[in-house]
Design a protein around this ligand. Structure first.
Ligand code: ADP
Length: 489
């Protein structure tokens, strides 16, 4: 077994206690690079989730009544604790998720930044005083915490997806029960441990761990509880839709960050080197396992061949291996389910006429490693045009003109991120307006930051995370009509 960081926790975290499952059952957490078990965590279910909800409810009164400054102080201390332990957190993240250590370091800083940012935003949850409809009344509007909230997070960003929900939720005065992904619970537990050190009161942040089998029970216990007033979810569109249907029962609020099918368009007036830099990071970061990854790359006819050749040269230089090894820039895929999906989509595309220029097979390193892959001639008849590949596969299509590119880019039920490269200012505004996505990257393949609103339109989700907007989703408005203010006679 690889060496594990010191503050590794392997129990659930409920009401400030580190606890096992009532059943005593445990779940293996694997290093996806080797398939070895790193550690086991509890297989918790509905009963433990209900217990965590009760602890969160008990903590809510005290936490929500604190001043925003007081909560901000705790969240800033949490951010500082993450930064002080960044190297250990990054190693832990790489061990359970597989991404290269350099990427894990970036994720840890990104994750910590949500605590710093929302500590401040919590202090700015301003209300309104609205000009009144009556001479004897004043209209006051305040933003209030919801109560107990649930967070359900995925494995591709095991730290950042936790803090992107917990930070705004807690800053606004809510208490959270979090269910991390079954593949990557350790980062969430480490964050909870650092929260404890930073002074987060017992019950304010709880972590319930479980396997794929327990996920529906945990989700249902959260949604069915009348105490839980919101679910913040990041994951697949199928599960997101199911959760939203379930939330209709007692009208639990939802925010959903779901799948994407990002178009990455390179116009012939683009700075090609910049577009290659962007395509490389946007496509191959995290082995392509991001919901904002370039799933479909559209390149204008006149520069297509040159672009493909240069992208292949770059992809060829990608060092594949265990994320903890030096110089590795691509780790394994998360599991065999992920690998099989990539294999299926590449096979379908090549059978239907796509041309492979690089890769296209499992990597010689074995396990769930996949070769950096570049293919061209991708058409809408191929499944890869409609499904997220979630792997290191650049699927390229050439296009004639701007209209052609926009139509192809928007030909999807998803609408999370879209990217394009151009130096024509008129085109930049036209295309940015035309793309039906929640996020548009112009001349960049990297758009994530805590200061901007992240989220999608269409079937990519509801709500925004990060930025000043991201905290609003964790609050509700209260209108107070203050009447009886008669004028002095
Ligand atoms: P992926 O296919 O990438 O694993 P999922 O949407 O299946 O994406 O998983 C994202 C998160 O949702 C994980 O934490 C997972 O355990 C959880 N999850 C999966 N199914 C359910 C469910 N029915 N109810 C609640 N949570 C679920």
């Amino acid at each position: 077994m690889a060496q594990l960081p010191e503050f590794l926790k392997s129990e659930g975290y409920v009401g400030g206690q580190w606890v096992a499952a009532n059943s005593g059952n445990r779940l293996d957490v694997l290093d996806p690079a080797t398939g070895e078990t790193l550690v086991t965590v509890p297989r918790m279910g509905a009963v433990e989730t209900t217990e965590a909800i009760a602890k969160a409810q008990a903590a809510f009164e005290g936490w929500s009544r604190r001043t925003a400054v007081d909560r901000a102080t705790v969240l800033q201390a949490w951010a500082a604790a993450m930064r002080a332990n960044a190297e250990d957190l990054a190693r832990l993240l790489t061990l359970e998720q597989g991404k290269p250590l350099s990427e894990s370091r970036v994720e840890i800083e990104y994750a910590a930044s949500f605590f710093s940012w929302f500590a401040e935003e919590g202090r700015r949850l301003y209300g309104d005083i609205i000009p009144s409809h009556r001479t004897d009344a004043r209209i006051l509007v305040t933003r209030n915490a919801l109560g107990v909230v649930g967070g359900i997070t995925p494995w591709n960003f095991p730290s950042a997806m936790v803090t992107r929900k917990a930070a705004p939720a807690l800053a606004a005065g809510n208490c959270m029960v979090l269910k991390p992904a079954e593949a990557t619970p350790l980062s969430a537990l480490a964050i909870a441990a650092l929260g404890e050190q930073a002074g987060v009161p017992a019950g304010v942040f709880n972590v319930v761990t479980g396997g794929r089998e327990e996920a529906p029970q945990i989700g249902k216990a959260l949604i069915d509880s009348p105490l839980v007033r919101k679910i913040g979810f990041t994951g697949s569109t199928a599960v997101g839709k199911q959760l939203m249907r379930d939330c209709a029962g007692d009208l639990t609020k939802v925010s959903l960050e779901l799948g994407g099918n990002a178009a990455f368009i390179v116009f012939d007036d683009a700075d090609i080197e910049a577009a290659l830099d962007g395509a490389q990071i946007c496509k191959f970061r995290n082995a392509g396992q991001t919901c904002i990854a370039a799933n479909r790359i559209f390149v204008q006819e006149s520069i297509h061949d040159k672009f493909v050749e240069a992208l292949c040269a770059r992809a060829q230089d990608i060092e594949v291996g265990h994320g903890l090894e030096q110089n590795v820039s691509q780790g394994p895929l998360i599991d065999t389910r992920g690998l099989e999906k990539v294999e299926r989509l590449v096979a379908d595309a090549t059978e239907k006429g796509a041309t492979l220029h690089l890769g296209g097979q499992c990597h010689a390193a074995g396990g769930t490693y996949y070769q950096p892959t570049v293919m061209t001639g991708v058409t809408p008849a191929m499944d890869i045009s409609h499904e997220e590949v979630f792997g290191p596969v650049a699927a390229i299509t050439s296009f004639r003109d701007e209209q052609d590119a926009i139509e192809m880019a928007n030909d999807t039920p998803y609408g999370l991120a879209g990217y394009f490269y151009s130096r024509d200012v008129g085109r930049i505004f036209r295309v940015a307006d035309a793309l039906k996505t929640g996020i548009v990257g112009v001349n960049t393949g990297l758009i994530s930051t805590e200061v901007a609103p992240f989220g999608g339109v269409k079937e990519s989700g509801i709500g925004r995370e990060g930025s000043k907007y991201g905290i609003e989703d964790w609050t509700e408005l209260k209108y107070i009509c203050l009447a009886g203010l008669e004028a002095a006679s």
